[in-house]
Design a protein. Structure first.
Lengths: 171, 503
């Protein structure tokens, strides 16, 4: 009883989530993204040139279509780059933050004592670069889960251990 | 009658009948076409064979039903804290449900079950979308006892993992079994005539189209395009016929509404039991569900202008779920209570009546964007359509101002009612144009928080907030971003420093 205090909280003194420095994703993840985009564009390019050379040589507006494909490619690259630079994460003492979004900046915060479970996921190309993705699940359904890609395998394991430790402690 | 449920046991013997009808229903779907052929060619088929065939099918179904009954057993495994159901004739299945995972136990009664005086018991967990376990025929005392045992165990588990609120033992010492709220027929009538117009109207439309389709199939005539109808109507009386039609339509919708609500919610009783709320309702099929206050995530109180004048309102309670599809299903509705009843329910759920605290209002850009989406874009589409199809769209030109006025008014009231109230222990979001609803959550139920800001809104200092709970999300768009951030920091602090139980 004697240790019990109930002081008024000074809300201005609370730690501010919006001032937390975010760490960006691993630079190699940009390469992974590039490879993904490259594969996607290669498929489109192949399909186009296949149709053009073997099937129908009389497609009108060839120049325009080619330019369109190149513009699309540049646009996709540009958007992906913004998305990559805007993605960031931070682990505080009591919660995890994830920032993402291209037009809008979305910041999601999950307190550790609300985490249900944590999973690691490695994609084929990501594995080649030694990167993995951390998935953090809460009881709030898919809209309230965090997926942080582009973290080195080692660091991801550490983070998972950290989170599991935090969850265990909360129980 | 002491029953520990730890030995595998069957359903009530009379349950064979329920099983029989259930199996019959399942097979009837498959055999339906055959049956129809049998009726249509009644004269051509040898009647002896027909009746022998029917008798054989019924006998077969009876045997299957009997085997299903024999093979259906359920018991409680006290050691592993599991509820186990064995079932199946050829494909055996064993369902194991961890007692601590049980969310809801419902006792229902369909018409057939009511006739032979047995009950169905459904066990619901957070895991998947369907009810995991279902016992089709069980006597009422046994059902109540089993339900108590199933929920009792999950309660014990809860106590081990998290500290229950101090109020719990007090409530247990004074068990109140009499209904403390009983929604009268009058309240249901009030709700029936003031809500759900659109739902009933679409039901009516659906009904009409199904009937007309079937009629045209059978008679080979189209109901809608029958020339006779046109002949009956004198051109000069068109307006009055139209008006009468509208009135008839409105009355039909009203009556459907009333009948639907009375069938669904007749004799709505709310009972307190060990700190939980026990609801039971229904005219033909009596349904009963339980609400545990600690599992409640979002509580919605809604009413419109008429309902305010008549002192009646509707409540919707969402409990913790994990499946997205389940969200709608698990919302429990309480139609037609008055203000004192509402306060009593809220007091039971939250231990105090939620108060609206500091008010957050959306930026006017929210209205602008909504108007753009609902008026600007459709009008643009309309003008493009009109330009390309001259002559066709001119006939509905006069509807444009009506549309603008109507939608504009709806959007304006939506915007005016869109508010977020923040208090020390409650967050209330108010929304809606005609039916104004207040969604109430406690900050401790928050699972995660998302903020969102468009880059051109940075200098304007407006942004959006989404609170994720286990019963769905609550979002507030385009509010003062500094205030939102201040409260997020406060909520995070509260969540992270306490071991509050969100479920």
């Amino acid at each position: 009883m004697e240790n019990f205090t109930n002081n008024t909280i000074d809300t201005t003194q609370l730690p501010k989530f919006e001032e937390v420095p975010f760490s960006g994703l691993h630079p190699n993840y940009w390469k992974v993204t590039l490879i993904h985009i490259g594969i996607f564009m290669l498929i489109i390019g192949f399909a186009y040139s296949y149709i053009f050379t073997f099937m129908d040589k009389t497609i009108p507006n060839q120049l325009e279509i080619s330019i369109g494909i190149i513009v699309l490619f540049v646009l996709v690259l540009f958007i992906a780059r913004i998305g990559f630079t805007k993605k960031g994460f931070a682990f505080r003492n009591h919660d995890v933050l994830f920032r993402h979004g291209i037009i809008a900046t979305n910041t999601m915060v999950i307190p550790y004592n609300r985490i249900q479970h944590v999973a690691l996921h490695e994609g084929l190309i990501s594995r080649f670069f030694g990167l993995s993705k951390i998935e953090i699940f809460t009881a709030g359904g898919s809209s309230s889960d965090i997926e942080i890609p582009g973290i080195t395998k080692e660091q991801a394991e550490n983070i998972k251990q950290l989170l599991m430790g935090k969850i265990q402690k909360e129980l | 009658m002491e029953n520990h449920f730890n030995q595998p046991q069957r359903q009530s013997p009379i349950g064979v009948l329920v099983m029989f009808l259930d199996t019959l229903r399942q097979y009837a779907k498959a055999l339906g076409p055959l049956f129809v052929i049998g009726i249509l060619r009644f004269n051509e088929i040898n009647k002896l064979y027909l009746f022998l065939g029917i008798a054989a099918v019924v006998l077969l179904i009876a045997i299957i039903a009997y085997l299903r009954y024999i093979n259906f057993t359920f018991y409680l495994d006290d050691e592993n804290k599991e509820f186990i159901i064995n079932e199946g004739v050829f494909n055996k299945s064993k369902t194991t449900i961890q007692l601590s995972k049980i969310q809801q136990v419902n006792i229902n009664q369909s018409l057939v079950q009511r006739m032979i005086n047995v009950f169905a018991l459904d066990v619901d967990t957070a895991g998947s979308n369907n009810k995991e376990g279902e016992i089709k025929a069980i006597s009422h005392p046994l059902a109540l006892e089993l339900k108590a045992r199933l929920l009792d165990n999950s309660r014990v588990k809860n106590k081990e993992t998290a500290h229950e609120t101090a109020l719990e033992p007090e409530a247990e010492n004074a068990p109140q079994t009499f209904p403390f709220i009983n929604i009268s027929l009058l309240s249901l009538l009030k709700v029936g005539i003031t809500s759900n117009y659109i739902k009933s109207f679409s039901l009516l439309l659906l009904f009409f189209f199904t009937v007309s389709e079937n009629v045209s199939k059978v008679t080979g005539r189209d109901v809608l395009h029958d020339e006779k109808i046109v002949d009956y109507v004198d051109q000069s009386r068109l307006v009055s016929v139209f008006l009468i039609g509208m009135i008839v339509l409105f009355l039909t919708v009203l009556i459907i509404n009333l009948v639907r609500i009375i069938f669904k919610y007749y004799d709505y009783k709310i009972t307190r039991q060990k700190g939980s709320l026990l609801l039971s309702f229904g005219l033909l099929n009596t349904k009963s569900t339980i609400i545990k206050p600690e599992k409640v995530q979002i509580t919605t109180v809604s009413r419109n202008f008429f309902q305010k004048k008549m002192d009646t309102l509707q409540m919707k309670i969402k409990q913790a779920t994990s499946g997205e599809q389940e969200e709608r299903k698990s919302a429990i509705e309480i139609p037609g209570c008055n203000e004192t009843e509402r306060d009593a329910i809220l007091k039971l759920l939250f231990h105090k009546i939620p108060e609206k605290g500091i008010m957050l209002t959306p930026n006017f850009r929210k209205l602008g964007f909504a108007l753009f989406l609902t008026i600007g874009l459709p009008l643009l589409g309309f003008y493009i359509f009109r330009a390309n199809n001259p002559g066709v769209a001119e006939a509905v030109n006069y509807l444009v101002p009506v549309y603008i006025l109507f939608v504009g008014l709806v959007q304006f009231f939506k915007f005016r009612n869109y508010r977020l109230f923040i208090n020390d222990s409650f967050i209330i979001r108010q929304s809606g144009a005609w039916d104004i609803s207040n969604e109430i959550i406690e900050p401790s139920k928050i699972q995660a928080i998302t903020t969102s800001q468009l880059f051109w809104h940075k200098s304007l200092n407006i942004g959006s907030l989404t609170l994720h709970t286990a019963g769905g999300n609550i979002a507030f768009q385009l509010g003062n971003y500094d205030t939102i951030k201040k409260y997020i920091n406060l909520w995070l602090y509260e969540i992270e420093t306490s071991d509050s139980n969100w479920m």
